[in-house]
Design a protein around this ligand. Sequence first.
Ligand code: H79
Length: 414
Amino acid sequence: MTTTNEGAIRTGADQRPDARHDARLDWFRDARFGMFIHWGLYAIPAGAWRGQEIAGIGEWIMLRARIPVAEYERLADGFNPVRFDAEAWASLAAQAGAKYLVITAKHHDGFSMFDSQVTEYSIVKATPFKRDPMQELAAACQRHGVKFCFYYSQTQDWHHPGGDGNDWDYDEAKKDFDGYVQNYVKPQVRELLTNYGPIGLIWFDTPKRMTTDQSRELVDLVHSIQPVCLVNGRIGNGLGDYAESRDNVIPDEQLHSDWEVPATINDTWGYKASDLNWKSPAQLVRKLVDCASKGGNYLLNVGPTAEGVIPSPSIERMHAVGEWLRANGESVYGTRPGPIQGLDWGRTTQRGATTFLHVFEWPTDGQLKIPGIVKSARLLAGGTTLPIRREGDGSVIDARNVTPDVIDTVIVLD
Ligand code: H79
């Protein structure tokens, strides 16, 4: 484990002895699966600028192409996502089996995707769309029992003169970063926690130049408005309610702190037309199970288009994960890391005295060798009991007659 402030797993949760008993984290600890949405003006260029394909993740196009503020701002004039359907997005999250939804209120490009009194540079004030999609999503998520959460880029803001990251319009040395935090970030965070009902968590990112005081003040602000709202570890300086792993990096081993990994479904967060490198349903489910087996949550991203549509390959994959979870969710939700770690062909999770053995790679001879003594084994789907025999210090489950689930076959062990 490291304590870098760039979003790696930090030790903060371990430093607070009562962290595991904090009831505010109960829902998060049981959720195991969330849906991330990166949506903003960057969906319009969708990875290309002036006919040039821009390398890297889609939402970074303003920085990668060094687009001047005055030019990037004009994207707002053409942002009219008339096909946006909050009900469809919340329903997708629910059908996928995601227990919480995190959406970009403001990403590094600085554009507010919510109604803000602090700036004119928002979806309500600067676009022909004029609606506040966050208001609609908050209501839709509530209807579907999905916890509504915000991503907010507190450090990088390539539009605000005091924000971090834009050195092509502004002189980094002359920036009033603290003024930006006090007079822009804080009032916006206050709006997000005041105007949209209960917020499950606020997802901050890339702490970079945040000072300990600035991080602490933001955490305190969040909790002063919504005491049970969680703050992720990327608030910086070892603060926050749980640890955030690096983007797309699932830790190698089980962790004892609460943690989450943000993950892409292809190779971008914000919509990028050319990125068709979709992970398969089996890869996605196995990553989710891998996280659960190590005590963490999997926050899987989709990037809607500028019309407000989630790309159909993403929808299909979310549905596939949901289909697997409908049959096998008992082995994921509310589970804790299982007793057998480090298997190369599968994972374990557990709830109380019940262990769930997740088989990813099926042995060709149908004989599953388990370290330790297993008393009973049955398939989670269908309930068929499987014969067990002792072999040395371990047990062997005879699964020759099982038709494996190509994604992950779950066996319940007692
Ligand atoms: O919101 C998503 C990313 O935009 C954000 N975090 C996730 C959740 C993020 N901010 N910074 N980073 C990720 C890491 C930055 C990586 C970079 Fe690059 C390497 C920036 C410049 C070089 C990747 C490659 C982005 C542009 C080129």
